[in-house]
Design a protein around this ligand. Structure first.
Ligand SMILES: *Cc1c(COP(=O)(O)O)cnc(C)c1O
Length: 463
């Protein structure tokens, strides 16, 4: 079988899977023992027929796949893959460009320029910010916080790019106690530590309080290099830190850097109805977000944005290697912690162009309305409590059993039953010491019927 036929067959298998998405059970169809039996074994001595390999993969991978791209997946904060983004992703692999240098993939470089400009415009951020397309928000944090480290140390007379952290002035790092774990990972990779940070207390929705921020800032000597992380979109409640007020407080201090974790929350800037939640966000120094979440681009697609593009570029540029040809064009290696890399601008480009400004606003708004609809229906049922203010696309639900037994245990049991049931998928969490069910609505294809059918299934599982 020639390449042509193999690819046509693969497209057919992919289309079959996509067609099955709305109705297939939203859980894996295989356990780990079966998967190992099917997939693990001796490396074959002789190569096998490509068609057989692909058909076997499509069969096993497809049966095992969790219908995460489908309309009733409400776990974590995931997002599906819009058709045009998926199609562009196929082309990305087909072209197989090394999107590290302009000369290694000219269209990839220019498409990233376009995506960068569109995103800055969409988010309402200054158009001359630096930006890089990375694997996910964790690496976006890493990129932004690395630039922050360069800048705050430079202001203290220290060149971290050349001399590293040995003997450097101490940086104070301030993080809300509800910060996402990936912020702490990024700080750890950067030599800033996970534990030595100053934690800011949060309120019942997971937002830092200004009193707590003031108290923390008071303990940090004026003039000490300072990095503050704020959150736009709490992973459990969807809540936003009081961005403008917090930014104004921090920026009263000389040389401080404010980074915003907007993994999914930053997309709310695209919606005229929701934008007020992020009032002041444009005052920050750097922002991290994900296109694989709310833009519904296939994995992997994170975005790092840095106001000071010079610091951003100096921090990420590899030292010159004689064989690299840098030009006047955009060489992506200068903006990301990668060297050889996937041309991940193409799917994001296709997603943005097919949605347009209105389409992104609509996608975000629709997910939030569906979250509110589900929360409203669930709240009307006996023994069901919504734990958060549903300001975005996240809902926290708690179940109290009629027989008076432990609500924590019962809530976990309901989550487990829902996962087994397969109508939808969601996960559990602990919120302020209480077990809770998390619903995250982040998929372009979820309809009101999907939301209603999911609420029915949840309530059935809670009986
Ligand atoms: C998902 C998420 C992250 C991490 O993003 P990845 O793309 O998984 O690295 C960080 N912060 C928040 C608030 C998130 O929701």
């Amino acid at each position: 079988m020639g390449d042509d036929e193999l690819l046509r067959r693969t497209a057919e298998l992919a289309a079959d899977y996509l067609r099955s998405l709305p109705e297939r059970p939203v859980k894996t169809g295989m356990d780990v023992a079966e998967l190992r039996r099917e997939l693990v074994g001796q490396l074959p001595q002789r190569g096998e027929d490509p068609r057989k390999v692909i058909e076997h993969l499509a069969d096993v991978g497809g049966r095992a796949a969790v219908a995460m791209a489908g309309p009733r997946y409400f776990g974590f904060v995931i997002g599906g893959a819009q058709p045009a983004a998926l199609a562009a992703d196929w082309l990305t692999s087909t072209w197989d460009q090394n999107a590290g240098l302009y000369v290694a993939g000219p269209a990839a470089s220019v498409v990233e320029e376009a995506v960068g400009q569109w995103l800055l415009d969409l988010f309402g951020l200054p158009l001359d910010c630096g930006f890089g397309l990375v694997t996910g928000c964790q690496m976006a944090h890493f990129t932004c916080l690395a630039a922050a480290r360069t800048a705050v140390l430079e202001r203290a007379g220290w060149d971290v790019i050349s001399d590293g952290l040995f003997g450097a002035p101490e940086i104070a790092v301030v993080v809300g106690e509800e910060a996402h774990s990936t912020v702490l990972s990024a700080l750890q990779y950067l030599g800033l530590g996970r534990r030595r940070i100053h934690l800011v207390d949060t309120d019942e929705q997971g937002r830092i309080t200004l009193e707590a921020l003031d108290a923390v800032l008071e303990r940090i000597p004026e003039g000490q290099p300072l990095i503050v992380n704020l959150q736009a979109g709490n992973v459990n409640t969807g809540s936003f830190d009081p961005l403008r007020a917090a930014l104004e407080r921090v920026q009263r201090r000389d040389g401080a850097w404010v980074h915003v974790d907007g993994a999914f929350g930053l997309w709310a800037t695209a919606s005229p109805e929701l934008r007020h939640l992020l009032d002041g966000v444009e005052l920050a120094d750097s922002w991290a977000t994900d296109a694989h979440k709310w833009l519904n681009v296939p994995y992997d697609s994170g975005v790092a944005i840095v106001r000071d593009s010079d610091v951003h570029q100096r921090t990420m540029s590899p030292p010159h290697a004689a064989y690299l040809e840098y030009g006047q064009e955009r060489d992506e290696v200068a903006w990301v912690p990668e060297f050889s890399r996937r041309a991940r601008g193409f799917p994001a480009y296709a997603a943005l162009r097919t949605l347009g400004r209105d389409g992104v606003a609509d996608l975000v708004g629709r997910c939030c309305s569906l979250a509110a609809r589900m929360a409203g229906q669930l709240a009307g049922a006996d023994g069901v409590q919504i734990l958060n203010d549903v300001v975005l696309n996240q809902v926290l639900v708690r179940f109290t059993p009629e027989d008076g037994s432990d609500p924590d245990e019962f809530t976990r049991e309901v989550v487990h039953r829902v996962q087994e049931d397969g109508t939808l998928w969601l996960s559990g969490t602990t919120w302020h010491g209480m077990a809770a069910m998390r619903i995250s609505v982040s998929n372009w294809s979820t309809t009101e019927a999907d939301a209603d059918r999911s609420v029915e299934a949840i309530l059935r599982c809670a009986q």
